[in-house]
Design a protein around this ligand. Structure first.
Ligand code: PGA
Length: 262
């Protein structure tokens, strides 16, 4: 990254909110350490840590490191309450493409979290049940006191959660239509685009914005173009992640490939 280019970024982001690491492992370990530190701080205070969690290829290394810390450094998840960002609709929780399956596979089945403390916005049944379900999900987050730390990836179209381009900044948990780029990127997991669900439930832009800490993790060269737009471009619903520029509690954690165009 060249200093002359960095000068174009808003000064507060450049100096206080951006961390670029040599490789994806270092970036992931840094994020895992921040999560573990929060969990331990809350434990000392006798409080719960409310985590907003993400799925996809990006956070796998974070979960791997958290599992290692649980197994080898005594990191306990007893006081952890989780809310996942999103889930496909419709999908069965035991399907390997579901985010319920993903979270069990990469994190929950390896740590001592109380299953009652796990929340994933999975809903079955007709669409007219979904609105109530989404309102309840939003209310549950509020009832737990809000999210202490929200982990985010970013889609190649700038989505955070499944808040696709055009998502209003005041949106809450809701049923959304998946963007063609999102469905295209998911087809490798579903064995063809025709098998990728057309909809999903996602927490909203407003829900994310209210988290007390936000960590956006981006890894690899496929994210460099959208990262440039999200950080250097205007704050616009066309690039949902651009909202993070306006949120001082948001940190950007990239490997050098994702940060290559900054
Ligand atoms: P990925 O997806 O981690 O699989 O790249 C990120 C996202 O779509 O939020």
């Amino acid at each position: 990254m060249e200093d002359s280019v960095i000068e174009n970024m808003p000064a507060n982001i450049k100096t206080t909110r951006l961390s670029v690491f040599e490789d994806s492992k270092q970036a992931s370990d840094y994020v895992a350490l921040q999560i573990a530190t929060l969990i331990r701080e809350r434990q000392k205070e006798g409080k719960n840590a409310i985590l907003g969690l993400a799925t996809g290829s990006t956070p796998k290394g974070v979960y791997e490191e958290l599992v290692r810390m649980h197994q080898h450094e005594g990191l306990s998840f007893e006081n952890v309450i989780t809310f996942n960002l999103d889930e496909y609709y419709p999908i069965e929780p035991h399907d390997e493409q579901s985010y319920t399956w993903f979270m069990n596979q990469y994190l929950f089945s390896h740590v001592n979290i109380n299953p009652h403390n796990i929340h994933i916005p999975h809903v079955t049944g007709p669409e007219n049940h979904v609105k109530n379900y989404c309102d309840e999900y939003e209310n549950k987050i509020k009832a737990k006191g809000g999210i202490d730390l929200q982990l985010l990836g970013i889609g190649r179209n700038g989505h955070i959660g499944f808040n696709e381009p055009g998502s209003c900044f005041d949106s809450v948990t809701r049923l959304i239509n998946l963007h063609p780029v999102t469905r295209n990127d998911a087809q490798v997991y579903f064995g063809g685009i025709e098998n990728v669900p057309k909809q999903a439930v996602s927490i909203g832009m407003s829900t994310i914005s209210q988290a007390r800490n936000i960590l956006l993790l981006a890894l690899g060269p496929a994210k460099s173009e959208i990262i440039k737009q999200a950080i250097d471009g205007p704050i616009t619903p066309d690039v949902p992640a651009s909202i993070l520029q306006s949120l001082p509690q948001a940190q950007y954690i990239f490997d050098k490939n994702a940060a290559a165009l900054l």
